[in-house]
Write a protein of this length. Sequence first.
Length: 449
Amino acid sequence: MNTVSPPASWRSVLPHLDEPLPPDQSPESPAGGSDGVAVNLPFALVRQSTQNREFWDIPAEVFDAYRAFRPTPLWRARRFEDAVGARVPIYVKYEGGNISGSHKLNTALAQAHYYAKAGVKELVTGTGAGQWGTALAAACAMFGLRCRVFMVGTSLQKKPYRGTLMRALGATVHASPSDLTDVAARVGGGVNSLALAIGEAVEYAGRTEGAAFCIGSGETYSILHQSVIGLEAIDQLAELEATVDSVVGCVGAGSNFGGIALPFFADAATTGTECPRLVAAESSTTPKLTRGVYAYDKTDATGVSPMEAMYTIGSSYPIPDSHSAGLRFHGAAKVISAMRHRDQVTAQAVGQVEALQAGQTFTRSEMVLPAPESGHALAVAARLAADGGSSRGVVACVSGHGYLDLSAYQQLLDGELTTEPPAEQALVTAMDRLQPVPGLAIAGSGHAF
Ligand SMILES: Cc1ncc(COP(=O)(O)O)c(C=O)c1O
């Protein structure tokens, strides 16, 4: 049984990077750098994204809300180890045990708190799998804000109960593409992507009095808020007298991975110890870190949000449907991308069949049904622990539960699930016209796993 307390401060990795992150660029005038954050962002979030400060006090109201579900459990998954033939221990940190069912509540609570303090009355967002939307709906309920969610239409169809849960928490939910925005009309029907759902939310919030757009992952502040995962994990492993040489998390834009992994980086830099290998587990259908390029790209489909330096497979790439909707994002967060560029982070791609098989094995062995997204992290943890060169131990973030993703497991069990990585040419086309990061030729990941 762990007895550690949730941390009183978030911990930023920014002071430990060799160089500042490349500035964002405005899409209209690529030469003119912006400060990288949207203008209507509460000042606290702007500071958390840009200041080179390491520790940030968690506001009392947010800490109280965290106390309802933190610290989250960390345990050694011995039966999972046996089932996958692990040669070293596998520890899991489980973020699924809150009302939102995932790690997303860690930043949703923080953001809702800061927006409420800034006088905002309604938060508008886009969501893929629905965990972010659910988390924001819960956080808005907690801090007295209205909440409006544009959810990727195909996900909402597959997972209608996510929508129900958001509505039960008081949110208004729209399937994206909706008929409420110009961006959806411009892009046309049939397109279902998180970039479009986000684009709809940006546009809607921009023309609604008292509303603000907010986003669950990718931004430097959301990764900061997620540091509670890694900070607790470090203490919990110490309490178990366990050491690990690999830290794994799945990557949509990078918040749960950054949350578990980056505190290990900061800790190693501070103590002068060796940093474990930080391994990002991504979907083979959106292989930005393993097959993408480090370049400037859009984060959404509106064309008005800043261009960010990121590993990307190109925001125009038509991402095929998959059960891991939370990983269906073309780019990785700029912090994760910059660290990947310096080989401080490595990556492995996993197909949805392998991910769900790992999820099923975890269910049978550990009695917890992981989200399909988290199955990617478990598959990589299994690879590393079985024969992937981890010599001391692996800790993996199980970012969410899969109790509302049973249709994915049903297809796996019925033998109907396939994995289709993108064809090389489709990626080349989508990455063709991206802008290089100044001083760097456009560089591919150059790593084959
Ligand atoms: C359960 C779960 N895990 C992982 C992710 C990926 O997001 P991120 O990279 O921000 O952690 C999502 C996103 O929706 C998710 O719902």
